[in-house]
Design a protein around this ligand. Structure first.
Ligand code: SME
Length: 188
């Protein structure tokens, strides 16, 4: 006869979703949802992709911090900004209204754009210069989209929980960035 111990989930990451009969591993649910998102995004523009992102994250199990995403969208390179001081301009998004222009090197978005690398912020209150568009945001991930080694846009996702993003988000949003770099017309 099995002991009570043997009946317990073997991994601490397994949690019971309130509406599911079986335990769900939040990181596996995230992989599956983001994998499906990549398939759909291949034929979508930035507007539809912002919707895909927002609804993909908020459809995650409540036990996943990423379920509490409150903003998902894009900033694109402002083609009117000087090459010597480039800036980003608000693109398609889902969420509350946001600041319309962000200079390279400012905030999380401008930092990712200037450094040409993903910036994942565990707690935005600990990030000097974080731009608070929505006071509910507590963590953030920004992934640059490069075309011919030039930043053409950034993917920005905010979460109302600290620690909303992990290496799985970095992996899949990096793939999304590569996909959008090729699938969108970035001519200005
Ligand atoms: N928090 C960002 C600003 C954009 S909003 O999050 C939509 C930043 O610090 O760059």
């Amino acid at each position: 006869m099995a002991s009570d111990h043997a009946l317990n989930p073997t991994s601490q990451s397994l949690t019971q979703d309130p509406v599911a009969a079986e335990p769900i591993d939040p990181s596996s649910a995230k992989r599956e949802i983001l994998h499906n998102l990549l398939q759909e995004a291949a034929s979508f523009n930035l507007s539809n992709t912002s919707s895909l992102l927002y609804h993909a994250y908020t459809s995650l199990p409540h036990s996943s911090p990423s379920h509490h995403v409150n903003w998902a969208g894009f900033y694109t390179l402002d083609p009117t900004s000087p090459h010597t001081s480039p800036s980003l301009i608000l693109g398609p998004f889902q969420g509350r209204t946001a600041c319309q222009t962000i200079a390279f090197n400012r905030g999380v978005c401008g930092t990712a754009a200037a450094k040409k690398r993903t910036v994942r912020v565990h707690d935005v209150h600990e990030f000097p210069g974080h731009i608070a568009c929505d006071e509910r945001s507590r963590s953030e991930i920004v992934v640059p989209i490069l075309r011919h080694w030039k930043v053409v846009a950034i993917i920005d996702i905010d979460c109302a929980e600290v620690g909303g993003f992990d290496e799985v988000d970095e992996e899949y949003l990096g793939r999304l960035s590569n996909l959008l770099s090729k699938s969108c017309d970035w001519a200005s």
